[in-house]
Design a protein around this ligand. Structure first.
Ligand SMILES: NC(=O)c1ccc[n+]([C@@H]2O[C@H](COP(=O)([O-])OP(=O)(O)OC[C@H]3O[C@@H](n4cnc5c(N)ncnc54)[C@H](OP(=O)(O)O)[C@@H]3O)[C@@H](O)[C@H]2O)c1
Length: 241
């Protein structure tokens, strides 16, 4: 029986590439999204992968949504916490809303999405959880105190959860993409990208979403069971840790 995988924010950008990569590898995939119905409908029509709409920053919606996925497709054995947002600004200009939106979507979502599925994974003795963090959670980034705090938090969460569940057949890993060509990065002005970002990347290009998806497909494989608590970089050599 194909294992069931949930990809949050799985209808666009890196998440869409992850959903497609897992689907191609034979998993039963459910892709979640927040509000872009058109992108989700196009994604579903193109791939045949079912989409589910809920807000990862809301615990009740996550618990109910994940139950529905389980009822529709079967027990959730693979969880990819990918959904994320940016609200960039210097800290001295940051509003409480910009801070809490990012922390709730990028960090508190890991509790909201993982808590409802972890007990089932422990009972069944198998689970794969991959959290999409960021290079900027590793190194810090001006104008992103909210985002980098959330992404560094994702890494701490990964390591603790990996330790707690190592004896239960569950692996928990973090992936840290560098600058990847998605809508999120297209929001960065072109001249900033060309003058300030690309010169910092030894490969002198943005990454492709499929290059992140490849790592996720590798981590969730049965054969990757000895890899847990790790943080894998996919950043074109921009930050070596
Ligand atoms: N792109 C990069 O260079 C880069 C680098 C490092 C890390 N990352 C991380 O990689 C992940 C994906 O980034 P991306 O560039 O692919 O982003 P993206 O193109 O902006 O797509 C974000 C996805 O997350 C969903 N989402 C956002 N807020 C949500 C919420 N509250 N509840 C449920 N779903 C929500 C969106 O749903 P809708 O379609 O409904 O809006 C969309 O499917 C993020 O965690 C990001 O921080 C990205």
């Amino acid at each position: 029986m194909a294992r069931v995988a949930v990809v949050s924010g799985g209808s666009r950008g890196i998440g869409a590439a992850i959903s497609k990569g897992l689907h191609a590898a034979g998993y039963k995939v459910a892709a979640t999204y927040a509000g872009n119905d058109e992108a989700a409908a196009n994604f579903k029509a193109e791939t045949g992968i079912p989409v589910y709409k809920w807000d990862v920053s809301n615990y009740k919606e996550c618990a109910e949504g994940l139950k529905k996925v389980g009822d529709d497709l079967g027990p959730i054995e693979i969880l990819i916490n990918n959904a994320g947002i940016t609200r960039d600004t210097m800290f001295h200009k940051m509003t409480p809303e910009q801070w809490f939106d990012v922390i709730n979507t990028n960090l508190n979502s890991l509790f909201n999405m993982t808590r409802p599925v972890i007990e089932g994974m422990r009972e069944r003795g198998f689970g794969r959880i991959v959290n999409i963090s960021s290079i900027n959670g590793q190194k810090g980034q001006m104008g992103q105190t909210n985002y980098t705090a959330s992404k560094a938090g994702d890494i701490g969460f990964t390591k603790s959860l990996a330790q707690e569940n190592a004896g239960k057949g569950i692996t928990v890993n973090a992936v840290c993409p560098g600058y990847i060509a998605t809508d999120m990065v297209k929001a960065v002005p072109k001249e900033v990208l060309e003058k300030s970002v690309l010169p910092l990347i030894p490969l002198r290009r943005l990454g492709e979403p499929e290059e992140v998806a490849r790592v996720v497909v590798f981590l969730v494989a049965e054969e990757s069971g000895f890899i847990t608590g790790s943080t894998l970089s996919v950043n074109g050599g921009q930050y070596m840790i």
